[in-house]
Structures are given as structure tokens and as C-alpha cells.
Unconditional design. Structure first.
Length: 305
């Protein structure tokens, strides 16, 4: 049960949250517990952390990794959308920092049995929690061609979405990642440096787990939970997630949402956060060489007013 997952932008996250003794923190995407361990170490001797994740494998690894912190680490199998309820169970009305590391982890990608990656042959699943919801196989084998095309275009930003949807419908059913990836490689071919299945797999994963809707929902919830002066740090790995985070942070850090040329504010909107990172923090070359997943990571940080 070693922890293979390297926590992206680890030092930047710890610096952003600035954990202190006695503080209460939430890691809404616990994963293998890397960021959580750093927060608990920095908030010794009595800081606490609530770690949430839907992935049973990740929770097992994180539980072992954080065992040395004893009762300071509260580990729960739940979505980050449930952070308010889980914090309330601990008697926490507000917290001193929250971190969200969005998307799929390298640990999940490397496990062929989870079906996240076209690089490994496994069941076409892609669920963060394998016990609930529809799998990727359910989507590709049952949805209509137009629905599939919409998912692949919207969540994968794939310009050949209609052609790919048509190919899938003609050749289904699919049960494994290899079947789908090999078909797309054969029929679409390599058009650029990435594998032709890359954007389709991303789209299916996002659709299966409802990721973008979840990101939109969790941001106001997280800000509401923060104590004034505390911070929310969010790492996104693709443009769709990052756009949602950036838009929300910029909107809620403004005192007025009226049109620029309107002389008097009539909207009544008031800023609730300070946008600490107008431009996202990205990994340096040294970290990218050590962990290729860090290449696409973008960290944005806000502080509650």
C-alpha cells in the first residue's frame, strides 16, 4: 500500500494555506493523502484535517499514509460536494483552509482495472466510485449518436466528435478500454502528437463522474465554509475546469457586476473573496521532469474577505 501518487504543486499548496496549530482544514480530493499529510505536519501539534474521496483504493492508501496523525485526520468516503455536511458532523462551522485537486490522479490512471486510461487494457469503467452510477461502457453502448457526439464535443473539445460518435455506434458494444482506443486509432489515425482517443476518454470520464457540474457547485460551498482570512486553493488540469474556477473567482472578487460603462451600480453585488492569483501558478521545469502530470496543472488561490 505504498503511495505512488506525487502531489502536484505540493509546496505551493502548503504555502498558500499556511497551516497553523489548532487549525481545521479540508482536503476535498484526498487521493493518496500527499497534500493532507503536508497540512497535518505544518499544523502540528493539534491541527485537524477532514479528507474526502469517493475512491476506495485512494482512501485505503491515504488511511495508511495518515495513520501516524491519529485522531487529527478524519477520513471519509464521500464527495467533496458533501464537505459541509461532513464538517458539521465534526462540529466545524468554519474551517481555516480548503484544497481541491481536481480530475483524475496518476494513481487512478495507472490502475488498468479502473478503466481511466487507453494506455492500459481494462474494463471501460472510469467511475471515481465504482459502486455507484453508470460506467463509461454504459454510455458508449446505450446513448444515441447525437448524445455521444455532444458529450465528446462539450467535455473533450473534440472537433471530430460527430465522426467519432458515428464510429462508436457502428462498432458497439465495447467492454474494454483497448477495444475503444484501438478502434479510434485505426479509424481516426494520429492527427497530432496526442493519441486520437485522448479527448474522447477525457469526455467520457467527465460525463461519467459529473465533474464540471460538481466543480461549479463546490466553489461557493467551499467559500461559505471558510473562516474570514482563510484560503481556498484549487488545482485544475484542463481548460474546462480551470475556466469554471477562474470565472467564479473573478466574479466573486468584484464589488460590481454591472456593465463597465454604467455610471451607477444597481446590481448590489459585493466581493466575498480576494483573488490571490490573477494568473495561475504552474509547476516549474524541475517538478514537471519529476512528475509529468504537473505539466498541465494550474493552481488558483482566493482568500475569504
Amino acid at each position: 500500500m505504498n503511495a505512488p501518487h506525487l502531489s502536484v504543486l505540493y509546496n505551493d499548496i502548503i504555502h498558500a494555506l499556511n497551516p497553523r496549530a489548532g487549525g481545521r482544514y479540508i482536503d476535498g480530493t484526498l487521493g493518496a493523502g500527499g497534500h493532507a499529510a503536508g497540512v497535518l505536519e505544518a499544523s502540528a501539534p493539534n491541527g485537524e484535517l477532514l479528507g474526502l474521496d469517493l475512491d476506495p483504493q485512494a482512501l485505503a492508501i491515504a488511511s495508511e499514509r495518515l495513520a501516524g496523525f491519529g485522531g487529527r485526520a478524519h477520513i471519509v468516503r464521500a464527495s467533496y460536494l458533501e464537505m459541509a455536511q461532513e464538517a458539521k458532523k465534526l462540529g466545524w462551522a468554519q474551517v481555516d483552509g480548503i484544497v481541491l485537486d481536481l480530475g483524475v490522479s496518476s494513481m487512478q490512471l495507472d490502475n488498468a482495472g479502473r478503466g481511466f486510461s487507453f494506455l492500459h487494457d481494462g474494463p471501460l469503467d472510469m467511475r471515481f466510485d465504482p459502486s455507484i452510477g453508470s460506467s463509461a461502457a454504459d454510455l458508449v453502448n446505450t446513448l444515441g449518436e447525437s448524445e455521444l457526439a455532444e458529450i465528446i464535443f462539450r467535455y473533450g473539445e473534440e472537433r471530430l466528435s460527430r465522426k467519432i460518435a458515428n464510429i462508436i455506434v457502428q462498432h458497439r458494444p465495447f467492454t474494454t478500454t483497448r477495444q475503444l482506443a484501438d478502434l479510434l486509432l485505426k479509424t481516426i489515425g494520429k492527427r497530432e502528437r496526442i493519441h486520437p482517443a485522448t479527448r474522447t476518454f477525457q469526455a467520457l470520464r467527465i460525463a461519467v463522474n459529473g465533474e464540471l457540474d460538481a466543480v461549479e457547485s463546490v466553489l461557493p460551498m467551499a467559500v461559505e465554509l471558510l473562516r474570514p482570512g482563510s484560503r481556498l486553493a484549487v488545482i485544475a488540469f484542463h481548460s474546462l475546469e480551470d475556466r469554471i474556477v477562474k470565472t467564479y473567482f473573478r466574479r466573486e472578487s468584484r464589488d460590481c457586476l454591472c456593465p463597465p460603462r454604467q455610471p451607477v451600480c444597481t446590481c448590489g453585488h459585493r466581493a466575498i473573496i480576494n483573488d490571490i492569483t490573477r494568473k495561475p501558478i504552474e509547476a516549474g521545469e524541475e517538478e514537471v521532469q519529476a512528475n509529468s502530470r504537473a505539466r498541465s496543472a494550474k493552481l488558483r488561490i482566493v482568500e475569504k474577505i
